[in-house]
Design a protein. Structure first.
Length: 128
């Protein structure tokens, strides 16, 4: 299981990569492994605003359907269109090509509430 440095994480198993005022969001290696083969992904349109904790999409696998939660408040700047047609990319590369949305942050202080890689690694060990 991968735990890349430089990312932030949530207890709902989203990862966040921040570059300036924009954050890319996806699901972790742990999440995609738990879900199994991902067969469908529903993402929002660009320009939609989400508050921290809002549902921003749905991921469906052979095992389950799961909501995706926005770990931060902001406006969708971009969605990863390639995943809509080929959601299995999340299973193959959850941290690279498997990013789902990027948002322009409203409040970067929310980043302080997220886990760093070591805290997330410990969290996964506790729940596994």
């Amino acid at each position: 299981m991968e735990f890349p440095d430089g990312l932030k994480f949530t207890k709902e198993h989203e990862w966040i990569r921040v570059d300036g005022n924009v954050a890319q969001i996806g699901i972790t290696d742990y999440a995609q492994e738990a879900l199994g083969d991902i067969v469908f992904l529903e993402l929002p349109e660009s320009g939609i605003h989400f508050n921290h904790g809002d549902t921003f999409g749905v991921v469906e696998s052979v095992k389950a359907v799961s909501d995706l939660y926005s770990p931060l408040t902001g406006t969708v700047a971009e969605i990863n269109e390639s995943l809509v047609d080929a959601p299995e990319g999340i299973n193959e590369h959850p941290y690279d090509d498997g990013w789902m949305i990027s948002i322009e942050l409203d409040n970067d202080s929310e980043l302080d509430e997220l886990m760093d890689v070591e805290a997330y690694r410990k969290y996964v060990e506790e729940i596994s």
